[in-house]
Design a protein around this ligand. Structure first.
Ligand SMILES: [Zn+2]
Length: 121
């Protein structure tokens, strides 16, 4: 009888170990997730600071950071690609506000400009 009690105790304590290990693991996983989330948050703040800096200094004659030039080039490339994309989709740009308008639209949904005057077929 005693041997079964001992086996029982061993199983119970092993079970406890497993539970503790699972708790530890989930604490580790949670901490890793929390750290990752905070790191992402900090990265976003860096990006925000960078964006503010760029907006404030993009027109300066001499830029402190080469990255500002690279950003300007990239933004220009993005703008070109967006125009290409709109052409592929058969959409046009409102000549007044720049909003994307359907090719057959008579008015700009954004500013209300009459488009027929601009786009003659
Ligand atoms: Zn418009």
């Amino acid at each position: 009888m005693e041997i079964f009690e001992k086996i029982g105790d061993t199983i119970v304590s092993a079970g406890k170990d497993v539970t503790e290990k699972a708790k530890e693991l989930s604490s580790v996983a949670k901490l890793k997730m929390d750290i990752r989330a905070k790191e992402d948050f900090v990265e976003k703040q860096y990006a925000l600071i960078g964006k503010k800096y760029y907006e404030a200094h993009k027109d300066d004659d001499i830029l402190d950071y080469e990255e500002c030039n690279v950003i300007e080039e990239a933004l220009s490339a993005i703008s070109d690609m967006k125009t290409q994309l709109m052409n592929l989709k058969g959409a046009k740009k409102c000549p007044n506000c720049g909003a994307e308008v359907a090719e057959d639209a008579s008015f700009c949904a954004s500013c209300g400009t009459k488009l027929d005057d601009f786009f003659e077929d």
